[in-house]
Write a protein that binds this ligand. Structure first.
Ligand code: ZN
Length: 293
């Protein structure tokens, strides 16, 4: 299977920057890990797509979190992304499925029409950078507004996902076109004219490669700056859960040992489970005690 990739390019005589993503495997990994139903897939998948494209705007060890908290059936959607193309995420309710009257998935019912989208950036400085906008339930237009409002960058965002009868993702991806300060009315008009080509992005992704899409939009007036592999990847480990358990302290751990004889932990982001048996809990108790906890 082809790897998921994200392309960064310049186009229209270097007056616009483009992030272009195909991440079908990322979404299928999320479906498998969280047992997602189609509407949950659609919304979490689009949030993962935004994470991977916005992650590509970061550098080094920088990272970001997207929180979507609407009044719909999904509850909260949380996505973490970094500059290495790694993304992880979850949705409060993985089992949501709404179909609209044309047979497509209805994100609006799933997300809701009131609430907040927050983007929290860790740029490895003293403080985190948080900005938030009100959501309308259409993630592509909400993020278009986000870039305009929070980053002062006029942008065009399109996201697409198709889920098959078997609940698997057939295709997923997205595009962000950002207008750079040197753009003139001529380039802005060109982008506005091209916007309709992106209105059904999943259909476009099915018939065209990422580079084909650049060609459809800009003819030969584009230059690919880089193309990176992206994936669903969680940073959790048994070690990280051990460190969290240590903070409970030796007394609490001893009580759990006596009552339950084991501890089962689960990662929200990837649903992986880590079990601790009696022997491992005893080691944790000793370690906590030695640290005076
Ligand atoms: Zn995890």
């Amino acid at each position: 299977m082809n790897k998921d990739t994200c392309i960064k390019a310049l186009a229209l005589n270097e007056t616009v920057r483009v992030y272009l993503l195909k991440n079908t495997n990322t979404v299928n990994t999320a479906i498998e890990k969280h047992n997602l139903w189609p509407s949950s897939t659609s919304v979490l998948g689009k949030a993962l797509s935004m994470g991977q494209m916005m992650g590509h705007m970061l550098k080094g060890e920088e990272a970001l979190t997207i929180k979507i908290a609407g009044n719909g059936y999904l509850g909260k959607v949380i996505v973490d992304a970094n500059a290495k193309g790694e993304v992880r995420g979850y949705v409060d309710n993985p089992n949501v499925n709404f179909v609209n009257n044309t047979g497509g998935l209805n994100d609006l019912y799933a997300i809701g029409n009131e609430g907040l989208i927050e983007v929290i950036k860790d740029l490895k400085m003293k403080d985190l950078f948080t900005s938030s906008i009100e959501l309308t339930g259409n993630l592509a237009s909400d993020f278009t507004y986000y870039f305009y409002e929070s980053e002062q960058t006029p942008s065009l965002v399109s996201l697409g996902i198709l889920v098959g009868e078997d609940n698997k993702c057939i295709i997923s991806g997205g595009i962000i076109i950002q207008v750079l300060p040197n753009a003139t009315d001529k380039e802005i008009t060109t982008i506005e004219e091209k916007a309709s080509l992106l209105s059904n992005f999943s259909e476009l992704l099915q018939i065209a490669s990422l580079e084909d899409i650049l060609h459809i939009l800009f003819n030969d007036d584009y230059q690919i700056l880089d193309e990176v592999n992206v994936s669903f990847k969680c940073s959790c480990s048994k070690e990280s859960f051990s460190r969290s358990l240590l903070t409970l302290g030796s007394k609490t751990l001893k009580e759990i040992l006596d009552e339950d004889h084991h501890i089962e932990t689960r990662c929200y982001y990837c649903n992986d489970k880590y079990d601790f048996n009696e022997e491992e809990i005893t080691l944790l108790i000793n370690e906590a005690a030695s640290q005076g906890k």
